[in-house]
Design a protein around this ligand. Sequence first.
Ligand code: ZN
Ligand code: ZN
Length: 549
Amino acid sequence: MKLKKLLFAGLILSLFSSTLAAQESIPRPKLVVGLMVDQMRWDYLYRFYDRYGDGGFKRLLNDGFSCENTYIPYVPTYTAIGHSTVYTGSVPAIHGIAGNDFIIQQTGQRMYCTQDNAVTGVGTEGTAGQQSPRNLLTSTITDQLKLATNFRSKVIGIAIKDRGGILPAGHFADAAYWFEGSSGNWISSTFYMQKLPGWVQDFNARKLAEKYLSQEWNTLYPIDTYVQSVEDDNSYEATFRGEQAPVFPKKLDALVKDNGLGLISTTPFGNTLTLDLAKAAVQHEQLGRNRHGVPDFLCVSLSSTDYVGHQFSVNAIEVEDMYLRLDAELEAFFAYLDKTVGKGQYTLFLTADHGASHNPLFFMDKRGNAGYFDERNALAGLNALLKEQFGQEKIIRSLMNYQVHLDYDVIRSNDLDEEDIKEAAIRFLRTMEGVAFVVDMEKAGSSSIPGRIRERIANGYNPRRSGCIQIILDPQWYSGSPRSRGTTHGTWASYDAHIPLVWMGWGIPHGKTNRVTHMTDIASTVAALLRIEEPNGNIGSPIMEVLDH
Ligand code: ZN
Ligand code: ZN
């Protein structure tokens, strides 16, 4: 009898303990925050380091883990592709986002990366809301988190640029919000919801864009302390509409009349506004509160760094000032996450979708080699030559994304030889100044160019959406009209392709590596941290230094 009782008690005990074991949850962070800083070059971490505070970029570097040599493994290096690649671990050849705009090669239809005419805007009457991730062909790490938790995790994407919020948040997102310059409101689309949640309506009602634009943009510190930048009034910077010279202080309250509320995008206050909304999302959507015992994912992209960079270029006081301000904003944002989600309870990574070049004129004035490749001239010349040889007008549709796009309608209906046309076009382009290589996409693998460039061409080539010929310019040359101000990005060179990648928080050791890693490695590293399946088009590898400790 006693023995039976004992056995019975033991059975109960073992059942009880196995139940306990089953309930022990997988160690995971409560929240993942993916922070993309649009157009942030890797060297901005150090270029302005001396003037950063302790709680922003320096906290990332001094507490977190920095992958110092992270590169973009494809061309062209544009915003939509960068955001897609970080979150899919994949490249245009596979994920299909072949540019901010690309051409459906079969039909010749031009497509904006997140354009979706099947949906309508939410929170807007305009067309700015007709957006979704439908053109993205593979899953994102955020999609995978949804799949792994039976859709119990919450996923939200936020950015001034539609593509900056939509592509990271993926296909199964609860919401993506982007900024409509004409109204000053944050909007979404019927892909996600039928109407804006109350907290977003309340946020819009605060009219923060108007409020932020009622002030001046002056330098945070005395202007003569900006020793990392060229003098304020120079010929490399572009002006705002209605502005005489690109100088401080910038009277935003006056400029808004000519530029509309979209002006905020090209000021540091666009970052303020975006992080305000991110904090509101954490608060009202209860992100990282472990509601169902599963992590949530917040994707934030700061677009103003790109707008300001384009207008003023790399060496401007405007850019230096923006990063000093952003540093303070990040400190406040991290402190907010510490307070609401808990220090060490969330994992955060900061990276960029691409870097930026120096302004070519600036480079030439310093006696460096640089230049502008005039796409419009090249296109006209190319079509004139092909007309002479093949008897048809406009055989080349466009030179977009450093690629040649043929008009297949013209070629088919006139029974022209595509190979002959390609050969003639390549021969012509090779004679142009500033052109380093011209490569037939189908033969990229066997072309005699450095391996690093060859691989990036192949990764960037999506036959259905990319042009059939790739143009690679000399370093520090970019596509633009001669003497154009500001800057841009898009090439394979390090200034465009070397990006910051810093991790912080739950599961992240302190340290750094100079081993070469790639933008495509981010998603599988997050997958490993979260113990979920990697995205379905992933070609990257987990970064072991971040995981093994
Ligand atoms: Zn960008
Ligand atoms: Zn840009």
